[in-house]
Design a protein around this ligand. Structure first.
Ligand SMILES: NC(=O)c1ccc[n+]([C@@H]2O[C@H](COP(=O)([O-])OP(=O)(O)OC[C@H]3O[C@@H](n4cnc5c(N)ncnc54)[C@H](OP(=O)(O)O)[C@@H]3O)[C@@H](O)[C@H]2O)c1
Length: 175
């Protein structure tokens, strides 16, 4: 798939590299361009604006916090302005449920789709829980494919007592 990736910090750079390794065509944007450059050797295309990272029908964001996500999604020339109708935004940052719900509404109003796929654990555990919670219906097939490409092989092994609150918080953020 062709996908844009915004936010190449500790987590984002590894996730974008996993997508490239899985054969996806990845266009990357980072506020600090130098952090994107190591991905060129792995086949990524660097762009200089959010709009250019949203030319295809899917964009993934992995940003620091609510403020960063809000600015890059809702700001002028941001993801809402740039993603085509029918396009999907997969947000993997740790953000508040309130912002997640607000983004789902704004995307829907713009004719776009929004999936909150927050990451749990450390870098090597990324996306284990959240990706397995996405329903495999036709609307989520594409994000499911992308999320699967970013999963690590390492399995989370949590006791039922610890797993329950983790899954509850993921569900709250995802749906
Ligand atoms: N690290 C972990 O083990 C871990 C585990 C689970 C969840 N998480 C969550 O994953 C998310 C990313 O974590 P990370 O460790 O990758 O963070 P990070 O290394 O600090 O990277 C943050 C990214 O956000 C960008 N950013 C921050 N503020 C911005 C702004 N105002 N405008 C544009 N870009 C902005 C940074 O761009 P620059 O490069 O230009 O600064 C960078 O690309 C966070 O929500 C974190 O809570 C992290």
């Amino acid at each position: 798939m062709k996908v844009g990736f915004v936010g190449l910090g500790h987590m984002g750079s590894g996730m974008a590299a996993s997508l490239l390794k899985a054969g996806h065509e990845v266009t990357v944007y980072n506020r600090t361009r130098a952090k994107a450059e190591p991905l060129i050797a792995q086949g990524a295309r660097i762009v200089a604006s959010i709009a250019d990272a949203c030319r295809d029908s899917a964009v993934i964001t992995m940003l620091a916090n609510d403020n960063a996500v809000e600015g890059l999604v809702l700001g002028k020339g941001g993801i809402i302005d740039s993603l085509p109708k029918g396009g999907i935004h997969i947000s993997s940052s740790t953000i508040s449920v309130a912002l997640s719900e607000a983004l789902a509404k704004v995307h829907a109003k713009a004719g776009q789709r929004f999936v909150a796929a927050p990451v749990f654990g450390r870098r090597t555990w990324r996306l284990q829980v959240s990706s397995s919670l996405l329903r495999p219906d036709p609307r989520t097939q594409s994000p499911q494919q992308l999320l699967s490409s970013m999963r690590s092989d390492r399995r989370l092994s949590l006791s039922p007592r610890r797993r329950r609150p983790l899954i509850s918080s993921s569900l709250a953020a995802t749906f």
